[in-house]
Structures are given as C-alpha cells and as structure tokens.
Design a protein around this ligand. Structure first.
Ligand code: HMG
Ligand code: MG
Length: 298
C-alpha cells in the first residue's frame, strides 16, 4: 500500500524565505544551505531569479548560488520566470530550473503579470533553452485545487496547463496547493485525472499547510502511488501573492511521518532539525512545525 522510498525536495530557501519579512543575510543563507546539503536531501531549491522588486528577500540569488558549497549528490535548482531569469540562473550555476505558472488566470496574472496564454511562449522558450543547456526542468503548476481569487479550479483546467508544460519539455510537474485548502478527496479527484495522462514518477505534490491538511493530503497522494513531495524546513514560508497562505508542509513533519511508517528518504532527521533551529534563530521566531516545537521543548 505504501511506497518503500520517497523523494523530498527541500524548498525552504526559496518558497520559505520568499515570504519571510525578516531578511536573512547572504552569509547565513549560504551557511544554512550548506547544512541542508549534508542532510541527505537530493534536491534543494536554493533561491529564485525573479524580479528583485517582486521578491526582495531573494535578490541575492546569484551570490547564494555562487557561494554555496556544492555537494555532488544534490541537485541545486532555482525558480526561473523568464529568459532574463534563466540567464542569471545559468550564470549562478544552477543544476535545475523550476518554471512556474498557475492553473488560475487571476493568480497567474497577479503572480507573474501575464495571462495564461501569454505565459506559454515565455515558458516554452525558457524550457527549451534550459534543456539545451543540459538542465533538469520542473514545471510548477500553482492553484491546482483552489485559487484565492477565483475559488475552485477543476482538474481539466490543471490538465490544460500540465499538457502545455509537458509539450514544452519539462522533466516533471510539481502540482501546488498554493493556499493549502485541499482535503484528500480533492487530491484523489485531481490525481485520478492527472495519472490517466502522466506516469506517477513525473508528478511531485507541493502542499502548503495553511489549514493543517498537508500530511493527510500526502498520505492520500501516496495511496495513488506518488513518491515525490516538496517540503520546507520547519514549515517556513507562504506565497506573497496568495494572501493568508502558510508555508509548505514542514520537512521535519513529513520526515516524522515517513520514517515512522518505515519509508526511506535517505535524509537525516537530526541534521534537518539542526538546520531548522539555525534558521529559526536567524529569523528570530518559532517555525510552525509541530515536530520541531516538540524537539525544541526536550
Ligand atoms: P514584468 O514587470 O511583467 O516583467 O514582471 P517585464 O518582462 O515586463 O520586465 C520589466 C523589467 O523587469 C525589465 O527591466 C526587465 O529587464 C526586468 P527594465 O528594462 O524595465 O529595466 N526583469 C527582470 N529582472 C530581474 N530578473 C528577472 C526579470 N524579468 C524581468 N527575472 C516577472 C514579470 C515574472 C519578472 C515578475 O512578475 C516576477 O518577478 N514575478 C515573480 C513572482 C514570484 O516570485 N512569486 C512567487 C513564486 S511562485 C510560488 O511561490 C508558487 C510555487 O511555490 C508553487 C505553489 O505553491 O503553488 C512555485
Ligand atoms: Mg509554494
């Protein structure tokens, strides 16, 4: 019923920090990512090459990419919105580019300042160029269940965007519950539709934990054979263009779940905990992860 192995992508340095008001210095980001690099995690999304005015917290993406100590076992990826972002990201030595758009027209417009139809040619070019440069490309689709502006999004609307991104050549798709509204029956309905079209190995689930449903949704996804999830240390983060949204499911919590069930991740929980305490101290606030709070109290 359950997979033997699950692959986690750490998105804390990108999805986590992009929505934290308190700035973290470049040196601290580098030290923190270096700690994560030694945790056994196989992919780290280390920053974002979006417009620095839109996400000033990550305006040092280039320097972070250049300064982190590379572990050859880790894929270092970054968010890339357009051609300019890709050029900067390639200059910073990315291994993987994560392109992104929304299944909801309004969220897409607010997040990247373009309609869905006008986003396609931009991403087609970015995906093509990134593949030509030999990079792994992940296509994020946001608001796959609900949009903060439009409400319910149907599996058909999600599939439409997934089809385009796959046609443009992404290696895999990360489906985002951007505002953390989904319950397992919605996950089932979406995965029924998605897995009719794509092999499960190509699908990553990206849950935000706004209402505490992420762990339930992860279990539900695993019942459908999904073995790839994004998570953020301590549950850090949110989305600047999705008001009220909380961070991703906490890496600490998903590891507690998976390891407790005998599912392998190759990640050392203790090292993840140390990295969580480190960033918690730098931000000067407690992170939402329950397993982290429990560990802190010991
Ligand atoms: P725009 O203003 O429409 O861009 O922004 P433009 O192409 O019209 O260019 C305007 C100016 O920006 C130009 O400069 C460009 O060179 C410059 P000028 O000629 O006027 O001096 N520019 C850039 N500069 C640096 N880096 C770049 C870049 N691109 C253009 N990459 C844009 C369009 C996409 C850039 C903007 O809307 C943007 O940066 N949006 C990012 C929003 C964002 O980061 N959102 C959060 C990430 S998505 C997310 O969190 C969801 C996810 O986690 C999954 C989930 O949870 O669902 C992935
Ligand atoms: Mg996200």
């Amino acid at each position: 019923r359950w997979p033997e192995v699950v692959q986690i992508k750490e998105v804390g340095p990108r999805d986590g920090l992009q929505n934290e008001k308190n700035r973290v210095s470049t040196a601290d980001k580098v030290a923190w990512i270096n700690m994560l690099s030694e945790s056994g995690v196989k992919e780290i999304e280390f920053s974002s090459f979006v417009h620095p005015k839109w996400v000033p917290q990550l305006s040092d993406a280039h320097e972070v990419g250049r300064r982190i100590k590379r572990n050859p076992k880790v894929r270092y990826s970054a968010l890339v919105p357009n051609r300019k972002g890709l050029e900067l990201a390639l200059g910073a030595g990315i291994d993987g580019a994560s392109v992104f758009m929304s299944a909801s027209e309004t969220h897409n417009l607010k997040n990247i300042n373009k309609s869905i139809d006008n986003t396609y040619p931009v991403l087609e070019e970015v995906i093509g160029e990134a593949k030509k440069a030999g990079k792994h490309v992940t296509g994020y689709v946001s608001t796959v269940f609900d949009c903060p502006y439009e409400g319910k999004i149907s599996p058909e609307e999600v599939i439409r965007v997934c089809d385009q991104l796959m046609e443009f050549g992404v290696d895999d798709l990360s489906l985002g519950d951007t505002i953390g509204t989904a319950v397992p029956s919605q996950v089932e309905a979406l995965l029924e539709a998605v897995l009719r079209r794509y092999p499960k190995e190509k699908i990553i689930m990206h849950f935000h934990d706004t209402r505490g449903m992420a762990i339930a949704n992860i279990l539900s996804s695993m019942e459908y054979g999904i073995t790839r999830f994004d998570s953020s240390i301590g549950g850090l983060g949110g989305c600047p263009y999705a008001p009220g949204a909380a961070g991703n499911v906490a890496t600490n919590d998903i590891l507690y779940l998976l390891h407790g069930m005998g599912i392998e991740t190759g990640i050392d929980e203790k090292k993840v905990q140390e990295a969580a305490f480190f960033i918690q101290n730098k931000l000067g606030k407690s992170l939402p992860s329950k397993s982290l709070a429990y560990a802190a109290a010991q």
